[in-house]
Design a protein around this ligand. Sequence first.
Ligand code: ATP
Ligand code: MG
Length: 297
Amino acid sequence: MISEPPASTVVATDGLVKRYGSVTALDGVSLAVPAGSVYGLVGPNGAGKTTLLGILAGLRRPTSGSVRVDAEEIGVLPDTPTFDKWLTGREVVELAASLTGAPADRSAVVLRDAGLTAAADRRVGGYSRGMLQRLGLAGSVVGRPDLLLLDEPAAALDPAGRREVLDLITRLRGQATVVFSSHILDDVQEVSDHVGILAEGRLRYQGSLADLLVGERTRYRVELGTRAPERLVAALGRQRWVAEVRPVDDATFEVEVTDVDAAERSLVEVLARAEVPVRSIVPHRRSLEEVFLELTA
Ligand SMILES: Nc1ncnc2c1ncn2[C@@H]1O[C@H](COP(=O)(O)OP(=O)(O)OP(=O)(O)O)[C@@H](O)[C@H]1O
Ligand SMILES: [Mg+2]
């Protein structure tokens, strides 16, 4: 039976498999990208990200499985954008604009947004790797796509360029659905609302970033102005919302809780009853990097 994906997904694959000879690059990937989302695709080298994005872009053919892409205009940035080296940057973007029916003055705007105005009339054969990436980005957005597929859009960029890409993605929110891959997990955590964690051709997680980071448990790190008394550790351990109390050093310990609401109501009270000086109580949120390393280990 073929299950129908919810209507609100822009991209949906079902049981996607891609083999290159004896190498299985994708091993049953069922991707669901909600309309209007910024979907970050992460995974170790060789996980299958480029293969997956290539299939979504129609540049590679799956071995089996189905792909549905509901978009009128798709902008694509491949992992290593290449252009005819005799063309100038402006010509590359104007060509892309003419293919999508974008107005002529739109080219100058995207070249400026990509920081390429000064280099626009140079031949791309002399562009640096980062400049080629900027040009690829300019070309991918010139036709105002409603779906953008970006393979490591910030990989070769300097810090300012990377910031510009993140701002660009943020600006596109609400106007387009964006699927992008990246190894820079802080970037993914900053701009994505949905993530897919791919490892060895399989999706280890897919869903909202917020859900992924909250997880089932949360930790608080408590630092006292004195050595942590045994009776306090024991008192905390007796709370039904406490899973574990772990010492970090003499004055610091971590409390792992199973019920955040209960912890927020009662943790301070338990500490107060122990009459110890409290320096800080810091809730520990999981970072995408932490979860990524856990799921791809
Ligand atoms: N054209 C190809 N021919 C043969 N094998 C390929 C080809 N493209 C990819 N592969 C293999 O498929 C697997 C997935 O590769 P892919 O490039 O999709 O990974 P990736 O997640 O994009 O990795 P990276 O983070 O290094 O960019 C790897 O084992 C790779 O060697
Ligand atoms: Mg890749």
